[in-house]
Structure formats: C-alpha cells, structure tokens
Design a protein around this ligand. Structure first.
Ligand code: ADP
Ligand code: ADP
Ligand code: ZN
Length: 239
C-alpha cells in the first residue's frame, strides 16, 4: 500500500535536495485532516518554524487586535479570510529571521491566488516550495475529528475527546490551560468549511501536482502512523 503511494507520488522530482535545513514545506488537506497535529510534531523534529495562519488569526482575535476584529467574522462563519489580508500577514511572517532555516506552512495557501503570491515571494528570495504533503482523509472521518476537537485557550495545543484526549479532562497537558471548542467546529460552520474547501482550496492539489511537488499521504490512520508516513517521505527527499 505504502509503496504504491510512493510510486504514484512526485518524489523523484522533489528528490534533488539538500539536507533537512532550508526545507520549505506545505502541509495540505481539508479542515480537520490533522495538519496542525502533524505540523507541530514535524516542525519540532526538523527544527523549522510551524506557521499556521489559522493559529495566527485566532491569536489576533483573542487579543482583540485590529487584524483580529477583521478576521473573526469570516472565521466564525467558516468563510475564508480575504486573500489580501492573508497574504499581507504571511508575507510579514516569512520575513522574520527564523524562516531563513526553512518553514512548514499549515493552512496556507488556501486559494490559487495565495499559492501564486507565495511562489512570487519565494522567487524574490531565490527559494521555492520543496514539497506539499497532501493529507487525504474521508469526509466522515473529518466530521468525527472536527466535532470532538478541543483547543487550549492559552497555548493553542490541539486535542480530540476520543482520539487524543488530555490527561485531565478540560485541561491542557502542556500548560494546564482551559480547553475550549472553536466556534467554527460547530455543525453549521463545519459544513460551510467543507464546501469552501472543495470549491476554493482543493484546486490547489492540481496546481502543485503539475509542479511535480505533491506527495499524497493516507491521513485516515492514527496520529502516530500518519507521522511515520510523513517522516518517511521527508527522509526520502533528504536522501
Ligand atoms: P487540521 O489542522 O487539519 O484542521 P487538526 O490537527 O486540528 O487538523 O486535527 C483535527 C482533530 O482531529 C483534532 O481534534 C486532532 O486531535 C484530531 N486528529 C488529528 N489527527 C488525527 C488522526 N490521525 N487520527 C485521529 N484524530 C486525529
Ligand atoms: P482548519 O484547519 O480547521 O480548517 P485553520 O485553523 O487552518 O482551520 O483555519 C481556521 C479559519 O481561519 C479558516 O476557516 C479561515 O476562516 C481562516 N483562515 C486560515 N488560514 C486561511 C487562509 N490561508 N486563507 C483564508 N482564510 C484562512
Ligand atoms: Zn496549553
């Protein structure tokens, strides 16, 4: 099964690579696919920053900054934040010095426009996206994951009431913070987000496949198994 995936992938194109450093990776997939969960683990292991536009927007909303006010209404409804706002935030983030080591993007890009802007930003820096890891997860599983997701109000750590529960109910293992359910993880917003994904974000699969840098991963397996698959891919790229 695994070998078949590997052969169908674009690994041979991606392979002409350096080491772990300077890897510019995108973790792609529908809402609830496990992008954030995997991104945190992988980025930590690789020593590159994990950049999640969703986390950045939620933080801004919690701090009630000007950006926070602007993005909250879109997020709560399950709509995409407008491209001009998103690309401005990402461009600023990518200028920070930690990104010189490379980065792992999670939840960005979400439209073809955003992907094109990202390409232009990287081109100016003489860099490019090295690989896009596409987490494939069925719709039923997505709904199971999103409807029981809980997030730490303090540090943003992600839990699942059944698949990845905290040690103490309602409390974050890492910082003891309160766990809450995101406003957009309620039924109506979940439905809306899945529709938005199909219409506006899924076309990016073809965008990156054409460039020869998309690698499919079966995201339906357990958190540990998916992590192993991604690590295997990254190892292949590195070697
Ligand atoms: P995304 O960032 O793609 O929206 P998350 O990483 O937040 O996804 O995961 C969505 C929910 O599913 C969370 O509650 C998380 O704990 C859970 N989850 C993530 N990966 C898996 C997995 N492989 N199996 C079961 N549950 C998972
Ligand atoms: P999930 O992975 O569960 O869909 P995220 O945390 O990535 O959620 O994003 C939450 C919300 O933040 C999105 O539904 C959208 O409103 C907004 N958002 C995050 N990233 C982007 C982006 N790249 N473009 C537009 N909106 C975004
Ligand atoms: Zn926490």
């Amino acid at each position: 099964m695994w070998m078949r995936k590997l052969e169908r992938s674009d690994l041979t194109t991606i392979k002409a690579k350096k080491g772990w450093l300077k890897m510019h990776l995108i973790l792609f997939g529908p809402p609830g696919a496990g992008k954030g969960t995997q991104a945190e683990r992988i980025a930590k292991k690789m020593g590159i920053p994990h950049i999640s536009t969703g986390d950045m927007f939620r933080e801004a909303a919690a701090k009630k900054t000007e950006l926070g006010f602007k993005v909250k209404e879109y997020m709560d409804k399950g709509e995409l934040v407008p491209d001009d706002i998103v690309v401005r935030v990402v461009e600023e983030r990518l200028k920070q010095s930690d990104c010189e080591k490379g980065f792992l993007l999670d939840g960005f890009p979400r439209t073809v426009f955003q992907a094109e802007v990202l390409d232009r930003i990287l081109e100016r820096l003489n860099r490019k996206v090295d690989a896009v890891i596409n987490l494939e997860v069925g719709e039923e599983e997505i709904i199971r994951r999103l409807s029981n997701r809980r997030v730490c109000r303090v540090c943003g750590a992600v839990y699942h009431l059944i698949f990845n529960p905290p040690k103490v109910q309602g409390r974050c293992d890492k910082c003891g913070g309160e766990l809450y359910q995101r406003d957009d993880d309620r039924e109506e917003a979940i439905k809306r987000r899945l529709k938005v994904y199909l219409e506006q974000t899924k076309p990016l699969i073809e965008y990156y496949r054409k460039k020869g840098i998309l690698v499919d991963v079966d995201g339906n397996k357990s958190i540990g198994e998916v992590e192993k698959s991604i690590e295997q891919i990254l190892k292949e790229i590195k070697d």
